[in-house]
Structure formats: structure tokens, C-alpha cells
Design a protein around this ligand. Structure first.
Ligand code: AMP
Length: 533
């Protein structure tokens, strides 16, 4: 399939070094499209199917792509996602570099095809050979660009190499996932994110693994979907995000109990720190106390796992991503760049030596690359943008993004630490914490909480608030007590499951929302959070 589609791309005039935008549902053809670009040396940039026309347009223009690969639509939570329609809107707003659009027929519903520009995937492939010699590339030629948000509004096009990136994709498949030919590997991430690049499109295929590609959400038709797929296909290695684990945990233990999960042998998490309660649930209920959990810390920029356990070799601790992998020189340092060890004291997470799959630059913006990742320590260390601490065994504990670290009365507090404490309370399903400017303390702690039961009327519950305040005081210390707690049915999340903290900060301050909210999974929740519903 890859070779045939690679020939189709060549027939459309795509050459080595050309940029191709992929805006596809989570189907095997999305992986085929990525691999076909790689085969001919074209640089792909996958845009997550949940992104808006505006976001798609920005990425097309920044890459100056010549071709867009999309589908008529995709399926998500029982609904059809209008990919082609959105792509048409994006293309109507500019994108003058785009010459051709290839459209895969997925849903079969009616869409407009622009003559001379749009071509069906099956027509493009017609008559193309299934042999296509791989285009030789240098190790340092770019393999792909992937846009990620930074501390500013404009997303950065993270540029990854061909050789180094693949090397770490392969080593981490072997070391962290212990991949064997008998395994059935399932990473639930969408190819629109880095996890879907390294552990769906590249790592499993480069190691000859059998893997699952799943289009849909974990809770439709019900919260047993993941466990059903695991049981039906005999999944042995399962990799997902803490946000999904917490959502499924909330649905109750009786749901996974309906499925045969005995084939599972290894579980993984990625994307945010996993709170110990969710870790224990994952371990005992899903892993039946048999499967090691690999909590993998890494980023779009790092390309592959950096800090993670080697299963059965590293002793794990719930909530810690444990130790840096061989060859990765990770450290926690203070403002001066001096290493902090054993101290339970927070600092900057840095990488002190280059590693094969590190980003090469920000596409078209070397200056921004330098100022974002090398702004401190005389440019000696890669600044990950996370804060972390190390415990008495020198294990890493990720505290959150640097911009999510609060300073309350001169004390540093990780918002994620407070969230973890909140969700450890039996009544709490999810929590998000942000800082709110405070005259005396510098910042105060503002918490948004989703309870396991009903949302209290009007989003206020004095008694519960008092209880949670004392609870957090018990878990971390009185300094971490939320000053305010607001209750809602859900939190504002991007479709990849990341909580939009910037929005929460705006709401906490009582300011009007001016940010783009089109990438939110659940835009309607904003009214509740603002106390307007
Ligand atoms: P992304 O580039 O979108 O994958 O996001 C990377 C960021 O997610 C990191 O900088 C961390 O803040 C967070 N992250 C990823 N994996 C973990 C993990 N295992 N534990 C804690 N935080 C994580």
C-alpha cells in the first residue's frame, strides 16, 4: 500500500523535500500516507483531524505545502467529522502553495471536489505499481514537521530528522516496550500527535510489530471500548494517556471486569504525570497486578521516550517516570545550571547532551529554536520547559510545565501536584489548578473540580470546598490549599486530552475569553466554568 501510494504521490509531481500536509482520520491510510512521503523523501506534516480550518491554514502556509492529503470525513464518537469540508475552508483562505488535494473515501457522504485540484485517493492510485524504490536520504534530512503549541500563541513546526529519529523510535520500542514478534501492540494516540508518530506510524512498523490502529473515542459506544478491543484482538502491550485512564476509572470497575484482559503483559502512559490513584487502578484493575507500567516522559521535541522505566528491570513508583534511559543525560538544575539531586526540591528539567531523536530546529525559525530551547545556562543545556524534582533514589518526578508552576508566598508549587492531591480524594474525578494573581501572596491557587457524582448547584459547594481544602493541606501542606474551588461537569480539553490551562487562568481572573477555543473538545463547558450556567 505504501509503495503504491508513494508512486501516486510521485505521479502528482511530489519530489524529495516537498512538504505534504496530512489531515486524515485515524485509519490505516493515515499511516500509509506518512510512510509513502517518507519513502520518496517528501516531508510530511500531520495536522490532527480535530483542528479547525484556521489552524490547518496556518500550518499549510507555514510549511508552504504543495499537496494536502485528506478524507471525505472520519468517525468520532458516533459522528462524522467533515475533514474535506474543513480543508476546503482552510484552502479558500489562502494557502496558495497547494496544487493538489488527494481525498480518501472513508465515510462516503457527499462532498465537493474541485476539478483540476482535487483527486480521489483510489483514482490517484489507479494503475500505479506496488514497487517503489526508497529514495536515499541523509540521516539529517528532515523526515517530518509536527506543530506544537508553545508559550506563545503561534504553534512551532518541530522538525525531526530521518536517521536519528528512527533510531530512537526503534531503541525505545525495544527497551521500553520490550517489543517481540508475538506481541499485539496498541498505542491509542492519534497520528496528529507525536505519540502517534513514534509509536503508531514509525516505531512499531520499524520493529516489525503487529499493531492496532483505532478510529474513535474510548467512551463510545460505552466505556468498555478499549477493553473490548484489547480482548478481541489479544492486545499484549497497551499505551494510553492518564486522562483516558481517569475517565475510564470513573466509569467503574465492573466495565473492564466484563472483558478478558489476560493477554495484556505491559501497560504504558504518556502525556502528563499520572496521579498515583489512577496508576494503582491501571495496575490492579487493567493489569490485574501482573503487568508492569511504563510511565514515559518525553515531548514532541524529544521524538522518543527520554525518562522511562525499562520493564522488569526498573523498580517503578506510582507517579514517577523513574530514570533516564541509557544515553540520555537528563538532570534537574537550579537557575545557575547546578544539578539538584536527592533533594525533593524542584528545578528545571534539562538534557545536557544531544541525543539521536532531538528536534533539529523549528521549521524556518532557527532564532526561535534557540530562544525557546537554549535560553538559559549559556545555551549549554536543552531546556525541556518542565519542572521536576528527584527523590532519595534519584527518581524523576515531573511537576509540570514551567509556566504551570505557581509561586505562592515565595513557595514553588506544581499545579499538577495539587491536582494529583485533589484527585486522590474519593469524591473527585478530575481537577485542574491554575494560579490567580494575588496582591499579597503573588499567586493564589484556583482549582476547577469535577466530582464523581452530580455537579453542585451553581457550581458552588461550601462544605465540599472546606473538606477539599483541608484534604490538600493534609496531602501537600497548608500552602497548597486552593483559595477557590469551582465545580463543573468537565474540564476544557483539547482533543488530545490536554487541559487548556490558559483558558482556565483567564476564567480564574474573571476576564473575557479572547483565545481561540475552536480546538476544544467541549466548548460548551466554558459557560459553566465562568459561572454563567
Ligand atoms: P507533547 O509535546 O504535547 O507530547 O507534550 C510534552 C509535555 O507533556 C511534556 O513537556 C510534559 O509536560 C508532559 N508529559 C509528557 N509525558 C509525561 C509524563 N510521563 N509525565 C509527566 N509529564 C509528561
Amino acid at each position: 500500500m505504501v509503495c503504491q501510494f508513494a508512486n501516486a504521490l510521485k505521479a502528482q509531481g511530489i519530489n524529495k523535500g516537498d512538504r505534504v500536509i496530512i489531515y486524515m482520520p485515524m485509519i490505516a491510510e493515515a499511516v500509509v500516507a506518512m510512510q509513502a512521503c517518507a519513502r520518496i523523501g517528501a516531508i510530511h506534516s500531520v495536522v490532527f483531524g480535530g483542528f479547525s480550518a484556521e489552524a490547518l491554514k496556518d500550518r499549510i502556509e507555514d510549511t508552504a505545502a504543495r499537496l494536502v492529503i485528506t478524507a471525505d470525513g472520519g468517525h468520532r464518537g458516533g459522528k462524522v467529522i467533515e475533514l474535506k469540508k474543513t480543508a476546503d475552508v482552510a484552502l479558500s483562505k489562502g494557502c496558495s502553495s497547494v496544487e493538489k488535494v488527494i481525498v480518501f473515501q472513508r465515510t462516503g457522504h457527499d462532498i465537493a471536489m474541485q476539478s483540476g485540484r482535487d483527486i480521489w485517493w483510489h483514482d490517484a492510485e489507479q494503475g500505479q505499481s506496488q514497487q517503489c524504490a526508497a529514495e536515499p536520504v541523509n540521516a539529517t534530512d528532515p523526515l517530518f514537521l509536527l506543530y506544537t503549541s508553545g508559550s506563545t500563541g503561534k504553534p512551532k513546526g518541530i522538525q525531526h530528522s530521518s536517521g536519528g529519529y528512527l533510531l530512537n523510535a526503534i531503541t525505545t520500542m525495544r527497551w521500553v516496550f520490550d517489543i517481540q514478534s508475538s506481541d499485539v501492540f496498541w498505542c491509542t494516540a492519534d497520528v496528529g500527535w507525536i505519540t502517534g508518530h513514534t509509536y503508531v506510524a514509525y516505531g512499531p512498523l520499524a520493529t516489525g510489530a503487529t499493531m492496532i490502529v483505532y478510529e474513535g473515542v474510548p467512551t463510545v459506544p460505552d466505556a468498555g471500548r478499549f477493553w473490548d478491543v484489547c480482548a478481541r484482538h489479544g492486545v499484549t502491550i497497551f499505551y494510553t494517556a492518564p486522562t483516558a485512564i481517569r475517565a475510564l476509572m470513573k466509569a467503574g470497575d465492573e466495565i473492564p471486569a466484563r472483558y478478558d484482559l489476560s493477554k495484556l503483559r505491559l501497560l504504558g502512559t504518556v502525556g502528563e504525570p499520572i496521579n498515583p490513584e489512577a496508576w494503582m487502578w491501571y495496575h490492579t484493575v487493567i493489569g490485574e497486578s501482573r503487568c508492569p507500567i511504563v510511565d514515559t516522559w518525553w515531548q514532541t521535541e524529544t521524538g522518543a521516550h527520554m525518562i522511562a522505566p525499562v520493564p522488569a528491570a526498573t523498580v517503578t513508583k506510582p507517579g514517577s517516570c523513574t530514570q533516564a534511559l541509557p544515553g540520555i543525560d537528563a538532570a534537574v538544575v537550579n537557575e545557575q545550571g547546578d544539578e539538584i539531586t536527592n533533594a525533593h526540591q524542584g528545578g528545571y528539567l534539562v538534557i545536557r547532551k544531544p541525543w539521536p531523536s532531538m528536534l533539529q530546529t523549528i521549521w524556518g525559525d532557527d532564532e526561535r529554536y534557540k530562544s525557546t530551547y537554549w535560553p538559559m545556562f549559556d545555551g549549554r543545556f536543552y531546556l525541556a520547559g518542565d519542572s521536576a524534582r528527584r527523590d532519595e533514589d534519584n527518581y524523576f518526578w515531573i511537576m509540570g510545565r514551567i509556566d504551570d508552576v505557581l509561586n505562592v508566598s515565595g513557595h514553588r508549587l506544581g499545579t499538577m501536584e495539587i491536582e494529583s492531591a485533589l484527585v486522590a480524594h474519593p469524591a473527585v474525578a478530575e481537577a485542574a489548578v491554575v494560579g490567580k494573581p494575588h496582591e499579597v501572596k503573588g499567586e493564589s491557587v484556583f482549582a476547577y473540580v469535577v466530582l464523581k457524582g452530580e455537579r453542585p448547584e451553581g457550581g458552588i459547594d461550601e462544605a465540599m470546598t472546606n473538606e477539599l481544602r483541608s484534604w490538600v493541606a493534609e496531602q501537600i501542606g497548608p500552602i497548597a490549599k486552593p483559595d477557590e474551588i469551582r465545580y463543573s461537569d468537565n474540564l476544557p480539553k483539547t482533543r488530545s486530552g490536554k487541559i487548556m490551562r490558559r483558558l482556565l487562568r483567564t476564567i480564574a481572573k474573571g476576564e473575557e475569553i479572547t483565545q481561540d477555543t475552536s480546538t476544544l473538545e467541549n466548548e460548551a463547558i466554558l459557560l459553566q466554568l465562568q459561572g454563567k450556567a
